[in-house]
Write a protein that binds this ligand. Structure first.
Ligand code: ZN
Length: 316
């Protein structure tokens, strides 16, 4: 029996076809129209429905590269199931190279949103209704926030066994059981019963091949694991480390930071991770690991303020 067309907004996508559809969101002061652009790839054969989005935070460019390159790798004639790809959710943020929307709201703290709320609330609501609602699975692509850098990692809720299996298939360096954050896409989509992976890797405003390639390979492996495609890159040699908890290690004083530990390093409790000095090298404060663990995130700035998060330390 032939598969039904996929209905999206006011349009239909036939099995074995893909279509780029723009949903109007708002106009700017000069009247230019901004929209949410979604590529719907409706496989010829039945299977799961999955979305991949990037650019909830407008300065996190790596995910936009990943989503775009994914489009060149998926063939609607051989795909089983349906893939919805949204390379940029926060169009305004990307244009201005900033995390936020023009009203300084963080889109990833604005879910589930509402139809008549702020611009952030409206985009969040639209995204949930149109993109998340029809899906079984989702991948939300991020980098570390400004001034930080992340080891390629996948964040899921370990409460759902299937989530850990799919995260393993992705093949990151670390899989972190992370708490739901209020207002995040992951929290709202999980509430709707969707299984969401968050990929966090690299830093803002950059698209390094290691980060982009690893993310693209990971999504293709997840699609293979779900039976959507026949081919995927082989799994990485090193199996992902499962971490159940993480904490920030902060600067004990303000000053010039010399980082001694790198992303991916396994460190022991008491090990010196960084030394903070003043401009005259008269004062030195050592920042030590409060526990054993692996470094999954670090600050990049050479000048720090007391209390700044310098390292993100995760533990099995
Ligand atoms: Zn982000």
């Amino acid at each position: 029996m032939r598969r039904s067309p996929f209905s999206f907004a006011d349009q239909y996508v036939l099995p074995g076809h893909s279509k780029r559809i723009e949903i109007p969101v708002a106009r700017d002061a000069l009247g230019a129209q901004f929209g949410l652009q979604v590529v719907v790839i409706h496989g010829r054969h039945p299977g799961p429905t999955m979305w991949v989005n990037a650019g909830l935070h407008g300065d996190e460019i790596a995910g936009i590269h990943i989503a775009g390159r994914l489009l060149t790798r998926v063939n609607p004639r051989t795909l089983r199931g349906t893939l919805l790809v949204v390379p940029v959710v926060n169009v305004f943020g990307v244009m201005n190279q900033t995390r936020y929307l023009p009203d300084r709201r963080d889109l990833n703290r604005s879910f589930p949103g509402s139809q008549r709320g702020s611009l952030a609330a409206r985009i969040a609501h639209l995204f949930l209704q149109l993109v998340v609602q029809p899906c079984d699975y989702g991948v939300d692509l991020h980098t570390a926030g400004s001034g930080r850098r992340n080891l390629p990692q996948v964040r899921v809720s370990f409460a759902r066994e299937e989530a850990v299996e799919i995260a393993r298939a992705f093949g990151p360096e670390v899989i972190l059981d992370s708490q739901m954050r209020d207002g995040s896409l992951r929290a709202a989509a999980t509430q709707m019963g969707k299984l969401v992976l968050v990929y966090e890797a690299g830093e803002t405003l950059r698209a390094e091949e290691e980060v982009v390639g690893r993310g693209l390979d990971g999504i293709r492996r997840v699609m293979h694991r779900l039976g959507m495609v026949d081919e995927a890159p082989p799994p990485p040699e090193k199996e992902a480390l499962l971490c159940r908890t993480s904490q920030w290690v902060r600067a004990g004083r303000s000053g010039l930071a010399n980082y001694m530990a790198e992303l991916g390093d396994t460190v022991e409790k008491g090990q010196v991770l960084a030394v903070i000095t003043d401009a005259f090298q008269t004062a030195r404060v050592r920042v030590r690991a409060p526990d054993d663990g692996v470094i999954i995130g670090r600050a990049t700035g050479g000048l720090v303020t007391r209390g700044d998060a310098l390292y993100h330390l995760a533990r099995p």
